[in-house]
Design a protein around this ligand. Structure first.
Ligand code: DO4
Ligand code: MG
Length: 275
């Protein structure tokens, strides 16, 4: 079952049928502990349609905060150690990769987040920018994982590499986050074999592509959530990105007009142009 947000309201897709939820706000849904059960029962009461216009999709977010985990894949550890060489990076990224406490940071608000088809941005004062394709957990107020979506943790690598204390500037800015196209509403974990793939098109050609499987994710999603909710409340629920395992080579930087495609089946494809 997938939950979309559109200008006309939320829509649930189930078995190729689309159930419009009318005036029910996404905040009401994401604040529920029983979202999978609630939606399964609720759509039984709605006449479905076989039509849905994918062009009308918004980011599936209301008032939730977006948080992110970092250095959860070996590839991310290596890339950060390299970019932060002159800032002593050989040490702290290695340490956080193996530490018991994960790296968790505040990533975005709804106003800085775009949905599928929206435009993500590179910072005007950055000269080395990359997308970070990340499985993103949809977390209830009490910390239950009630769904999954695709996230793009847009990052300015030159800024974060200059000094780790610049991380919030490298990560949080207008258009720095994309979520969507939908929330796969499910409490079952995704299989370890699930692949995350990234393709970046430039002038109609694939400039970079890569993939990683969830087997490479070092941290258990439930443990990440447990740390996030330690002494921290999320009355509307929250999103938690689980880190990137795909990092383009150091010679690569995003450019305006690039198209970023991130696919995680069975969630779908999150496609955004760089503004
Ligand atoms: O520590 C810097 C950020 C790490 C990150 O965003 C990632 O590994 O995905
Ligand atoms: Mg990241």
């Amino acid at each position: 079952m997938k939950l979309y947000r559109t200008p006309e309201g939320c829509v649930v897709e189930e078995a190729n049928r689309y159930h419009p939820l009318g005036a029910i706000p996404i905040d009401f849904l994401l604040a529920r502990e029983d979202l999978p059960e609630y939606l399964s029962e609720f759509i039984e009461t709605i006449t479905p349609s076989e039509e849905f216009h994918q062009s009308e999709i918004l980011a599936p977010i209301g008032h939730q905060e977006v948080w992110a985990a970092g250095v959860t894949y070996f590839r991310s550890r290596g890339a950060r150690m390299e970019e932060a060489q002159n800032a002593g990076g050989g040490d702290f990224y290695d340490r956080v990769y193996s530490a018991e406490r994960p790296e968790l940071f505040f990533k975005s608000t709804a106003s800085r987040t775009v949905g599928a088809g929206g435009k993500v941005r590179i910072r005007a004062d950055a000269h080395w920018s990359v997308p970070e394709p990340e499985l993103t957990l949809v977390v209830s107020p009490k910390g239950r994982i009630v769904g999954y979506t695709i996230g793009n943790d847009m990052s300015s690598r030159d800024i974060e590499g200059e000094n780790p204390l610049y991380l919030p500037q490298a990560k949080v800015y207008n258009g720095s986050c994309a979520l969507g196209p939908a929330i796969l509403v499910s409490e079952s974990s995704l299989p370890q074999s699930t692949e995350i793939t990234l393709e970046i098109d430039r002038h109609g050609r694939v400039e970079f592509s890569g993939s990683v499987a969830l087997t490479e994710l070092k941290r258990d999603p439930k443990t990440l959530v447990e740390y996030l909710l330690r002494d921290n409340s999320f009355p509307s629920g929250c999103f938690l990105m689980t880190g990137t395992g795909i990092v383009p080579p150091s010679s690569f930087t995003l450019a305006r007009g690039d198209r970023i495609r991130i696919t995680i089946e069975p969630i779908g494809t999150l496609e955004n142009e760089v503004a």
